[in-house]
Design a protein around this ligand. Sequence first.
Ligand SMILES: [Zn+2]
Length: 349
Amino acid sequence: MKKLFIILALFAFTINTQLMARSDIAAFCYHQVEPVAKNKFSLSLDRFRSQLKYLKDRNFESLNSEELLEAIASDAQNVSRKVVFTFDDGYRTVYDYAFPAMQEFGFKGIVCIYPSFIGSSLAMSWEQLSELIKAGWSVECHSMSHSNLASKYHTPEAEKAFLEHEIVASRRIIETRLGNKVRFMVWPYGVYSDRSIKTAMDAGFSGAMTVDGGANYKGMSPWQIKRQVIYSTDDMEKFLIRFGMAALPITEHYPAPGQVVEQLATFSCRIDNLSDYSPEKYVLNAKATGKKVTFNFDNQTRMLSATVNSPFASGNYFIDIYLRDKKTGVTAQHGWLFSIAGAGSRSSY
Ligand SMILES: [Zn+2]
């Protein structure tokens, strides 16, 4: 028991040291907050409040969408101690429980809604969403009907019409009903494709939110906003691991984020900032959903090249790169999603 306490104390110390100068921006993805958690995507109010208190006690400030875009712009000024709270789908419990708690701690959030849900018995009303906006919150687009936007269509015309409906028409409805400016497309199930990104770019969105792992940082693409999903089973220790994950800037990817490929035997990326890699200093790891991965890192080109042990079935997959600095104990993560052709809906964010 005593040993466990020492391990936990050391862990807390590592996180706190890192917080002293933290400039990466953690973004959290919540769904429901209520007195008693009902499922994996609902968080008990007590647990939620203790997370808010932890961040408030360390002087963290929250960003709405406009402020997040400013903070990751390459000429951003002060980006230390900022966090982002997002709430997907538009559940009524966010208005009833999360909103008052956030107000009490001086935080504001970002609600990501899909219009076909709004007004139903489990969802917020348009009036309640307007109230959040008046309190400094942002409301963003999470599609029209919560569809998997990497779904396959028989013709390019059918796919175009589908994406226009889910991305462009839904945004128009939100802006018309609330009079706000919708800046982000928030991918249902965290699933995006090269074509869904292009549709959102052409429609004039400023960026997109994923559930890819890692943190956000100055100079990154606003189309790859990373969010840590917070689950009802996350105790404080788990929450701090998600919160403490540093950003790992990566400039080149194969496959590209959202790319749909027929099959994938190898993947690669360039870790630009890793100029002094050695196994004595760092623990480097590469993962792909459900696969055994072998990899190597070339110090000259800073390219990580990896091979997977078996073919992928059709679907959506995450690749994650982890880099732990042995001296500071800080782990940085960069995750991205790709699809094997024929992808269907797999998860339920
Ligand atoms: Zn959702």
